[in-house]
Design a protein around this ligand. Structure first.
Ligand SMILES: [Zn+2]
Length: 470
């Protein structure tokens, strides 16, 4: 079975390549897809050894390795000219042992490629064909692994070459002390893979995968991501999206999954960045989108908070706790009231006391203060002075806000619905998904669990708004 094979190969490679979980999985997945992969980063981080080891996993795999310079000539990459063919006025190369005959190639310093080799190289990358003299030959290449210390500058004519590498990894030097010491002190022998992959099973997996359905939530997450990228001015070509879907299908197919589920989405982090600087942002976008099913909880929270602010502002006019523009005094005792709450309490406990009108002018006062009953004064203040005291919960604003609370609650509940089952599915899906690193699996779970906290916080804000509006 493909899954068991891949699993044992990954485990064996991890014994030799420390801190390269992502790169190992990606290199194998590129191989299964027949796609190319680029390693960016300083030299001396074991990239060529990884390519060589991957090639060992391929039954009768032929490796071609070359370190390019600005002066690399076509002979060095595609093979020497055949003297035989020259006699016949032909211009053919003897390609045996060179790139056109390889299954796996590692091209170091790939962006040093000069114009004399660039076109043929692009044709091999794009079409897996090589124009040898008058003949167009199919090239048995699976994957080309390119490596470079840095990205090509714009205007060097290398953008097309860069674009052909679907998988992109930024490879840093070993981080952990223990791993570092192992790397510099151990002598590493040849890799003996536990099992071999053969061309036939790779092909079978590819054709089987082509018809695997894609879960609706994966598609809606992709739409949400595309929108997010657009907002941030990031461009991902339709072709790249299409290939990314194929890769997720092949990854799912190799694990015998019935469909492409959301646990495949983190693979996108290695397929969608252009600049290493945007890598982490894109990763975060993908992980967030993955667990929220396109409902952006952060945005939901912002909306709830804004609604809370608006409701509180509207409350200043209607709420019993809000401060009166003027103090109201009791006519019969020393009571003074700064809000409706205090005034009505006083009225309840002293129903016979009456109040003074804070707008009574000198003339009114000269005649002796006029006394007002509670209801009388309240309606006078509302009708003549515009105080909103009793019309508490039925202002047009309050009605509108209540509707908005409802719609926010619906969105929040759509995330909450089936949460437990989703969590279980996610856990199981991740456990089976050997294409993801431990770090990715842990982080995805963490982000998923954080959802519950975010949701309960939003819930609290919505409850607060309702309290304000009631
Ligand atoms: Zn009183």
């Amino acid at each position: 079975m493909m899954m068991e094979k891949v699993q044992s190969i990954i485990a064996a490679l991890q014994q030799r390549h420390f801190e390269r979980e992502d790169e190992i999985a990606g290199s194998l997945l590129a191989l299964l897809n027949g796609e190319h992969l680029l390693f960016i980063g300083p030299p001396g981080t074991g990239k060529s050894m990884l390519a060589k080891d991957i090639c060992q996993c391929l039954e009768n795999g032929q490796l071609y390795y070359y370190l390019l310079t600005r002066f690399t000539s076509p002979e060095e990459i595609f093979g020497p000219l055949s003297l035989e063919s020259l006699k016949n006025d032909e211009f053919r190369r003897k390609t045996a042992g060179y790139l056109p005959a390889a299954n796996i190639a590692f091209l170091d310093e790939i962006f040093k490629a000069n114009s004399s080799i660039l076109n043929s190289l692009l044709t091999i990358l794009n079409e897996k064909r090589y124009h040898n003299g008058r003949e167009v030959c199919d090239v048995p290449i699976y994957s080309i692994y390119g490596a470079s210390n840095e990205l090509p500058e714009e205007g060097e004519g290398l953008q097309a070459l860069y674009d052909r590498f679907l998988f992109r990894y930024y490879v840093s030097p070993i981080d952990g002390d223990e791993n570092f010491l192992k790397v510099i002190s151990n002598r590493i022998g040849d890799f003996v893979p536990p099992v071999h992959l053969c061309m036939q099973e790779i092909q079978e997996n590819r054709s089987k995968s082509a018809s695997i359905p894609i879960d609706q939530e994966v598609l809606s997450t992709i739409l949400a991501l595309r929108e997010e990228f657009r907002r941030n001015g990031r461009y991902v070509s339709d072709r790249r999206w299409k290939k990314a879907l194929t890769i997720m299908r092949v990854a799912a197919g190799s694990l015998d999954k019935p469909s492409v589920d959301i646990t495949m989405l983190p693979l996108l982090q290695h397929l969608l960045w252009n600049d290493p600087l945007e890598k982490e942002d894109i990763r975060r976008n993908i992980f967030q989108a993955c667990v929220s099913h396109g409902v952006d909880l952060q945005k939901l929270r912002q909306e709830a908070e804004e609604l809370f602010r608006l409701s509180v502002r509207s409350r200043n006019l209607v709420d019993a706790g809000a401060r009166f523009p003027r103090i109201i005094y009791c006519h019969d005792c020393n009571g003074s009231f700064t809000n409706l709450e205090g005034m009505s309490k006083h009225h309840e406990s002293n129903p016979k006391h009456s109040f003074m009108n804070p707008f009574d002018d000198a003339r009114g006062r000269a005649k002796g203060y006029r006394k007002y009953g509670f209801e009388e004064l309240v309606s006078l203040l509302e009708n003549q002075h515009g105080w909103k005291l009793t019309e508490k919960s039925n202002t047009p604003e309050a009605r509108l806000y209540r509707k908005e609370v409802e719609s926010l609650r619906e969105r929040q509940e759509s995330v909450l619905k089936g949460h437990d089952m989703e969590r279980q599915n996610l856990l199981e899906g991740l456990a089976r998904n050997i294409w993801l690193s431990q770090r990715d699996r842990k982080e995805l779970m963490m982000i998923f669990d954080h959802r519950i906290i975010a949701i309960s916080e939003i819930n609290q804000i919505l409850a607060d708004i309702e309290k304000v509006l009631d």
